[in-house]
Ligand binder design. Structure first.
Ligand SMILES: [Zn+2]
Length: 244
């Protein structure tokens, strides 16, 4: 991969870099997308029928069990070289921020700490009523574990269909996009809102937009640099070209 001297020197001197990641980055770790992941017992359900507040009200145990199954599926998955390259960028660029639409926790596992998880994290669990986070919960398979503070049912800390994104995280993401110098859009189709609008917000404010994705997206015509291929190959090469 050939990176222009302009891009390399920009990355060397910038302190305001934002990267947005989507499902493509997790897929390269072998994690199947939300939709493709429905196998076995669960293949009879559509994700929309399980990942919603209505589904949880109707049958909390079914939804809890589905997430337990998904957490189990993530257990065997490891960050890929793209995740580690993003963790390296966080070390090199003092004010960089990583925004992800992925709920699998792989960026945290790779070492990123300045992280905005727009859609939550399936490894975290909170009370459906009072929002208190639970660090541990019983392995009682008969019923949905309850909140130790109020007795409400515990649920995964993810954004469900029909729910809005956590306001604080979304505001932080918009602010980061509007004030950055370089914006990376990685492994995301650029069509899921409001995440997709972040790249355009950065572009409108004069940031240099770099896209890394398997194929072109609606963002491609606006991107200053577009690389089509695997982020797990392109990002490590870029980190090497810039900082080694
Ligand atoms: Zn509670």
């Amino acid at each position: 991969m050939n990176f222009s001297f302009e891009l390399i020197s920009l990355l060397r001197r910038t302190s305001k870099l934002v990267a947005l990641t989507g499902a493509g980055v997790s897929q390269e770790s072998g994690l199947r997308t939300f939709r493709d992941a429905q196998t076995g017992l669960w293949s009879q359900y559509k994700p929309e029928e399980l990942a919603s507040p209505e589904a949880f009200r109707r049958d909390p145990k079914l939804v809890w069990d589905w997430y337990a199954w998904r957490r189990e599926a993530v257990k065997g998955v490891r960050p890929n070289p793209g995740h580690y390259a993003l963790a390296e960028i966080e070390k090199r660029v003092p004010e960089s921020i990583l925004i992800t639409q992925n709920v699998d926790g792989l960026h945290r596992m790779a070492g990123n700490q300045r992280l905005i998880e727009l859609h939550g994290n399936i490894q975290r669990v909170r009370c459906a009523d009072c929002c208190t986070y639970a660090e541990t919960w019983g392995d009682d398979t008969e019923s949905v574990p309850q909140c130790s503070a109020c007795g409400g049912l515990l649920r995964p800390d993810v954004v469900w269909f029909g729910e809005s994104l956590p306001r604080h995280q979304l505001e932080a993401a918009v602010e980061a996009a509007r004030t950055c110098e370089v914006f990376f859009s990685i492994g995301t189709s650029g069509v899921v809102q409001p995440a997709a609008s972040l790249a355009f917000a950065a572009h409108n404010r004069g940031a240099v937009v770099v896209e890394i994705n398997a194929e072109p997206t609606p963002l491609t015509p606006k991107a200053n640099y577009a690389f089509h291929g695997k982020s797990g190959e392109i990002l490590p090469e870029l980190v090497k070209a810039v900082w080694e």
